[in-house]
Design a protein around this ligand. Sequence first.
Ligand code: ADP
Ligand code: 5GP
Length: 200
Amino acid sequence: MSKGVLFVISGPSGTGKGTVCKELLANDDNNLFLSISSTTREKRAGETEGETYNYTTADKFKSMIENNEMLEYAVYSGNYYGTPKKTVEKMLAEGRNVILEIEPQGALKVKSILPDAVLIFIIPPSMAELKKRLVERNRETDEQIAARLEAAKWEMEQAQKYNCIVVNDELDACVGEIEEIMRGNVQKRAMVDKLLHEKY
Ligand code: ADP
Ligand code: 5GP
């Protein structure tokens, strides 16, 4: 049996990663398995232990790092987030394609360990639209949204290091473009420099 492909999806908070991944997973033809990360951040309303994340303490997270159980991890907005190695390795060995929905520090770490991983960066159509999506999602406080927009500046600068950049303007088009990439038709679209110079 041939091994599955590891797809890493990143992009600033609010760009639509979760929404896009849900659509990708809903299509059985994509043969996708979504890796569930561990995190020390608090569980939010509407989230489910073991489905959204495995929620854990900083001590337990640190012991997973020490025991070499993490494929990658990062600190984002003051919390640990990481990908447990075991399930990802098992699924790839079974021929499943695996998605990691993770931020760029971790994504670039994955690329350095597993150079065959396909890194996809989802950008918003504009930084103003990114802010609007974060505000209208109504999940974080104003302060947390400001911190996420601040983090977005560095994150957008990492986009050029990815295999592909996809704009999430119209959802179906974005999902279709990622499915094309997953079928091996890779196209790089760069609007990143333009967006980085926009005011928001
Ligand atoms: P992320 O996982 O990147 O933080 P989400 O998937 O939670 O982002 O999306 C952020 C918000 O933007 C959500 O309210 C979602 O419904 C909305 N959204 C996602 N994709 C689009 C799109 N193509 N057009 C308009 N709104 C979108
Ligand atoms: P959120 O708090 O919005 O759920 O996630 C914050 C950020 O952490 C998002 O960019 C998300 O993609 C990223 N993230 C989630 N899980 C992981 C992980 O396992 N590793 C890394 N490096 N980032 C993650």
